[in-house]
Design a protein around this ligand. Structure first.
Ligand SMILES: NC(=O)c1ccc[n+]([C@@H]2O[C@H](COP(=O)([O-])OP(=O)(O)OC[C@H]3O[C@@H](n4cnc5c(N)ncnc54)[C@H](OP(=O)(O)O)[C@@H]3O)[C@@H](O)[C@H]2O)c1
Length: 243
């Protein structure tokens, strides 16, 4: 494998994305922090650089086609390839989530724009660079809230929770993950979906039981799978989740 590997993490200026960059960086991987805000990205990169990590910032707003195209062109110029793409950027707006019977289509469109359409567009833009890697890895940040099987099971711990726009966006991410893995099965690229757990971040809130260090572990594991590792799966800390 070409060394050092190069990883791009979207939405990496804070939360699980930043911690994922930190853990990958400490494993000797060159990390590129995708950040839609220049200053927040620069501050995050400065903190990682202080820890000895090889890091750079890439302006990347995942709902903006021009921003995605410019980001892909920049990585092509800097590195000519990409080994790891982590589709981490995501939103959950509890205030707008009023339940499946009343949440407006506008809310669904806004959430899907980041969590699903943005993920597809970023993936497609970076696929030519991932195809140049000897061992491309794509990790899509899903959630257990994207599991249809869990939602339909009255005994599931998530039964009855309905931030519906978020949940459906993550269910869509899951199916896209399976179909993309199948489409790439004859390549060196593996594609998997990660449930980080319920993690204390701005999105997860203060009551979440997991810290970011644990929350980043599933992503880091899937980003660094060896050639025998799975593709087209849905994982949390080494266990396969029900779709
Ligand atoms: N925390 C949990 O309990 C939990 C559970 C399951 C799944 N997840 C998933 O894990 C991922 C990371 O979540 P987190 O908890 O770390 O959330 P977070 O702390 O709120 O961080 C989200 C990151 O995504 C970025 N982002 C949002 N919209 C974006 C856009 N349109 N373009 C580019 N970047 C954008 C944010 O940038 P700004 O700072 O500029 O807003 C921020 O860097 C998400 O996909 C989330 O759905 C989290």
């Amino acid at each position: 494998m070409s060394n050092p590997r190069i990883a791009l993490i979207t939405g990496a200026n804070k939360g699980i994305g930043l911690e994922t960059a930190r853990q990958l960086g400490h494993a000797g991987i060159t990390v590129i922090l995708g950040s839609r805000d220049k200053q927040r990205g620069a501050a995050a990169a400065a903190a990682l650089a202080k820890e000895g990590i090889t890091v750079s910032v890439l302006p990347l707003e995942v709902t903006d086609r021009a921003s995605i195209a410019a980001a892909a062109a920049e990585v092509a110029k800097r590195h000519q390839r990409l080994d790891i793409l982590i589709n981490n950027a995501g939103i959950l707006d509890w205030a707008a989530e009023k339940g499946p019977d009343v949440t407006s289509v506008d809310v669904f469109q806004r959430v899907f724009a980041t969590n699903f359409f943005g993920l597809i567009e970023v993936t497609q833009a970076f696929l030519p660079l991932l195809r140049k890697s000897q061992a491309g890895r794509i990790v899509n940040l899903s959630s257990i809230l994207g599991s249809i099987a869990e939602h339909a099971d009255p005994n599931s711990p998530i039964f009855g929770r309905h931030p519906t726009a978020y949940d459906t966006s993550k269910a869509a991410v899951n199916l896209y993950t399976v179909e993309l893995a199948l489409a790439l099965k004859d390549t060196a690229i593996k594609v998997n979906a990660a449930h980080p757990g319920w993690v204390k971040t701005d999105l997860g809130g203060p009551d979440a039981p997991l810290d970011v260090v644990t929350g980043a572990k599933t992503t880091v594991h899937l980003a660094t799978l060896d050639a025998k590792g799975p593709s087209g799966g849905y994982f949390h800390l080494g266990t396969h989740l029900r779709w």
